[in-house]
Design a protein around this ligand. Structure first.
Ligand code: CTP
Length: 414
């Protein structure tokens, strides 16, 4: 099953102001439209010095608006029409000058004018404004810019970035525009309901690797995708998220703090000191139950021996059970990867580990795949996700699970 279009049906007004980062906005339009958004581009005069309206029109599939005096609009009111029915204004790149204009409520160019004229209700923007600054580090650090940024945030704008790193001018510092993929992820997250705002969530993900000797070890087929999706969904829902990851090859979700570990004991040692400081613990990791009792210092050689070596195994600590037994414990969610009798095994595990919620899935059917089917089991009930059976992509499932967790830790919040 393919993942749903994340911005399907969303209408986004993309504003470009003067900055070399305009070249990245071409890619941003592609990503937004690929995600299902309808994109209307508005460019300032300075932006057109960096990239042409022709490029942006071709990529967005609609004429670019550059002037408040654009008489293609029947009522000649581009500054009003452009934001009505629009789900978000994203200004990327937002120059220092653009931010200063927004802070002052200026109305002498189309972009500042339409931001000023966007619809508000009782102080809350119905057409939200997201601003991705892009400028030289000295301009960004200047007290005037910082004052203006604080002002637009106080007025309800959402700041995306800026990033840190090499700048077009050759200097290094804060002020880079975020990469198009980062802006896309931030916009997708912006539209998610903030069900875990102010909450802290700790997630384990991936397999563990139990070394036999310096080059060999015992591991399993877990890809970490489900755990990473849960970390992302919790972050999108407004939580502060820490992800303790076994050896996987996956990018860290935006805004998530990641701690990499290898073995079950390392995962245990990373998780236990953090657990009491979190509201929720989601244990998705496929932790190896056993490890070799001794670690060979050097690679075990064949040395002409005919007999294969044998290993004694010793049990690894049960991280989830240890967290669930803490005097100050977070709300614990376990995963049960089974190969049969999902409900029976999941419920038994729920009781054995002393946790309020467990998520069953059929391990062999889901390891490494992008979709999954979950069975949510608590003390009283069980239900399928997605509802009615079938499978869904892991991010959609993760969002559904986050909603279920939010319902259980904050009754009646949804
Ligand atoms: N888990 C853990 N630490 C372990 C083993 C498991 O934290 N040493 C967590 C997993 O992250 C998962 C849950 O416990 O959330 C269930 O793990 P699983 O290995 O499926 O269950 P076990 O209790 O090991 O039972 P069995 O292997 O018999 O199925």
């Amino acid at each position: 099953m393919s993942a749903p279009l994340e911005l399907d049906g969303k209408r986004v007004l993309l504003g470009l102001t003067g900055g070399i980062a305009c070249y990245k906005s071409a890619e941003l339009v592609r990503l937004l439209t690929k995600a299902g958004a309808e994109v209307q581009v508005v460019m300032s005069e300075a932006a057109q010095e960096f990239i042409t309206a022709v490029t942006m029109q071709a990529l967005s599939g609609r004429p670019v608006v550059t002037s408040a005096w654009d008489d293609r609009e029947p009522n000649n009111m581009a500054h009003i029409n452009l934001t009505r029915g629009t789900d978000a204004i994203v200004i990327a790149p937002a120059s220092a000058d653009c931010i200063a204009r927004l802070a002052q409520g200026r109305a002498d160019d189309l972009l500042s004018l339409l931001c000023l004229a966007r619809p508000w209700t009782a102080g809350e923007a119905r057409c939200p404004l997201l601003v991705a600054p892009a400028m030289n580090r000295e301009m960004w650090a200047h007290p005037a810019t910082q004052r203006n940024v604080a002002q637009i945030v106080a007025d309800g704008a959402v700041l995306l970035g800026p990033g840190h790193g090499d700048q077009a001018c050759g200097e290094i510092g804060d002020g880079r525009m975020l990469e198009p993929a980062e802006l896309l992820d931030d916009l997708i997250a912006f539209f998610q309901p903030k069900l875990l705002l102010g909450r802290t969530v700790l997630v384990t993900a991936g397999p563990t690797f139990e070394a036999i000797d310096p080059v060999r070890g015992i591991t399993n087929l877990s890809s970490g995708k489900m755990g990473f999706a849960i970390a992302r969904a919790a972050r999108e829902a407004g939580a502060e998220v820490t992800l303790v990851a076994g050896p996987v090859d996956l990018p860290t979700p935006r805004g998530v703090r990641r701690i990499d570990v290898r073995s079950a004991r390392q995962m245990h040692d990373a998780v236990l000191p953090l657990a009491s400081g979190h509201d929720v613990f989601v244990a998705t990791a496929a932790v190896a139950d056993w490890r070799p009792a001794t670690l060979a210092e050097h690679k075990i050689k064949k040395d002409g021996k005919k007999l294969a070596p044998t290993f004694e195994l010793t049990e690894n600590p049960d991280i989830l059970a240890a967290v669930a037994a803490l005097p100050l414990r977070p709300y614990c969610v376990g995963f049960a990867a089974e190969s049969e009798q999902l409900l029976v095994h999941a419920r038994a595990k729920l009781e054995r580990k002393g946790i309020p919620l467990i998520v069953g899935n059929l391990g062999p059917a889901t390891f490494g795949r992008d979709d999954n089917a979950l069975l949510l089991v608590d003390a009283q009930t069980h239900r399928e996700l997605p509802e009615g059976g079938g499978t869904a992509d892991k991010l959609s499932l993760a969002r559904l699970l986050v909603r279920e967790i939010a319902l259980r830790i904050v009754p009646h919040s949804v």
